[in-house]
Design a protein around this ligand. Structure first.
Ligand code: PLP
Length: 513
């Protein structure tokens, strides 16, 4: 494709995107396709000769769009939002037009420096303490592809911290400060004894990180009484047992805004427990809720003061509620030197003058991969065109919709809230006066499972389910509503609620027959 060809195809692509958004509210939320629908329509091998690009573009519309789940639809209320904005799309176009792999300053000065500035903008917007700012010279932030990658990166740094401490305290050790490589025998002696912790409501990224490291992940149980928050004393008990068994706790994941219920773990208690140990780092996974720290009135609820006091690292996804399209995870660390110690591998071909003098940041040493996308441009475009106020207003709309939905649920005779709104997330189920008080927990779960099956059989709404621990033997099956989509209006919320009521009443009618 030459430049004029790109101009034509580019305009056509923008027109197609505009048409998609113009017609979006008339589409269903979920794709009405069966498994294999696309595979069956595509050739088994790449074309032998070139094809007309206009045909390729029209195939996007005829083949791909029918199989797209419309995450940007106003009635998408499943998982968490995965918002894209026009500003973010245009930023991606600019970023890929210059395709800079951004692994060090010299190969992409603008990518590196824009990212540094954006990470400090966002740290300040979220109220993260100075130690998390690049300006501080101690900590700072980097953009990664996912909260899962952030956990892996945080865990690599945590292992470095733990092993360095163990190396310096080994009987007879003369090692001190940062200027040493961890001896192989110390790595071999301690690495397999390291243990990670989270709760039973930590996102599966904790379990996955442990699988990748070949270590144990302890999921500390949470309870209804504590609104599913990880408590300090429960964590302490598990850590005590592990230490008794000769293991070495090194990494705790606390969540701000759990996936199931939006719960905020007791970071004050957890931090106080961990303060007693030299080998344990605390990572805060605020993948969804973290962006709401931009709202000063939510900072108490989200435990910002505790994060600033105790967290070793913190992450939030702009690509969920934060108006920036996938992928854009903001990962902040208190001590960037540890990241560099853990991840710096510098062969001759990566050396250059400015890095040798320490004048610049090489982001390759803050992440697992070498190459990286130019993601900061998305943050720059979005934050400049929304401004802090626009960003905050957007967050407030989702929180307000959730409050209003909770009122509809409370007022309904056939439904009950299971967990009250946490920002823009709530859970509910069939219940209340419509179901006799002596109905067994298993039967309540069955009714709600039937409701979920009915909702999932529709394409015009998209909600998900979760299972919460309970004081009864049965866990509680409930429906989860995640609001905050950029295109969701209160009318969408009311229409989705009307669908839920209709399906719920059908389930109850069948049940009482
Ligand atoms: N952490 C929490 C609390 C989440 O809710 C999610 C996804 O919903 C994740 C992590 C996973 O994020 P990512 O896909 O960026 O790894």
């Amino acid at each position: 494709m030459d430049i004029e060809g790109f101009r034509r195809a580019g305009y056509a692509a923008v027109d197609a995107v505009c048409d998609y958004y113009t017609n979006l509210s008339k589409k269903t939320v979920r794709a009405q396709v069966l498994p294999g629908y696309l595979i069956d329509q595509l050739p088994r091998e790449a074309p032998k000769t070139d094809e007309d690009f206009a045909l390729v573009q029209s195939d996007f519309e005829s083949l791909i769009l029918p199989g797209i789940t419309n995450w940007q639809h106003g009635k998408f209320m499943a998982y968490f939002p995965g918002i894209s904005t026009f500003e973010s799309m245009i930023a991606d176009l600019y970023a890929t037009s210059v395709s800079n792999p951004g692994f060090n300053w010299v190969c992409s000065p603008a990518c590196t420096e824009l990212e540094q500035v954006m990470m400090d903008w966002m740290a300040k917007l979220f109220g993260l303490g100075k130690m998390f700012h690049i300006e501080s010279g101690k900590g700072g932030g980097v953009i990664l592809n996912s909260a899962s990658e952030a956990v892996l990166t945080a865990a690599v740094a945590a292992r470095e911290t733990a092993l360095r401490y163990l190396a310096t305290t080994e009987p007879g050790s003369t090692l001190s400060g940062d200027g040493f490589d961890i001896p192989d025998d110390i790595r071999a002696k301690y690495s397999s004894k390291l243990v990670m912790y989270g709760s039973t409501h930590t996102h599966s990224l904790g379990q996955k990180a442990a699988l990748i490291f070949g270590l144990t992940f302890r999921a500390v149980p949470v309870s209804t009484a504590d609104k599913y928050a990880l408590r300090g004393d429960a964590l302490q008990e598990v850590i005590d047992q592990d230490i008794k068994d000769g293991l070495i706790p090194f990494f705790v994941i606390a969540t701000v805004g759990t996936t199931s219920t939006g719960t905020v773990d007791r970071i004050d208690e957890i931090g106080a427990v961990l303060a007693e140990y030299n080998t344990i780092s605390l990572h805060i996974d605020a993948a969804w809720a973290g962006v709401a720290l931009a709202l000063e009135d939510q900072r108490g609820y989200l435990r910002l003061a505790d994060i600033n006091r105790y967290a070793t690292s913190f992450c939030t996804n702009m690509h969920k509620w934060g108006l920036v399209a996938l992928d854009c995870t903001l990962f902040f660390v208190r001590n960037r030197k540890v990241l560099n110690l853990a991840l710096d591998a510098t062969p001759a071909y990566l050396r250059y003058k400015e890095a040798e003098t320490g004048a610049v940041i090489d982001y390759r040493n803050w992440q697992l991969a070498l190459g990286r996308r130019f993601r900061s441009i998305k943050v720059w475009f979005v934050m400049r065109s929304y401004g802090v106020k626009g960003f905050q207003d957007h967050l407030r709309v989702g929180i307000d919709h959730c409050q209003q939905l909770s009122k509809l649920i409370i007022a309904s005779p056939s439904f009950e809230l299971v967990t009250a709104p946490s920002l823009a997330l709530l859970t509910f189920r069939l219940g209340g006066a419509a179901i006799p008080a002596d109905t067994l927990p298993a039967e309540r779960n069955l009714l709600n499972t039937l409701l979920n099956v009915r909702l999932n059989a529709r394409y015009d709404v998209f909600l998900t389910q979760t299972l919460l621990p309970s004081t009864d033997e049965e866990d509680v099956f409930c429906i989860r509503v995640a609001l905050g989509g950029r295109r969701t209006t209160m009318r969408d919320v009311e229409e989705v609620w009307a669908v839920v009521v209709e399906e719920g009443e059908e389930v109850l009618r069948e049940w009482t027959k």
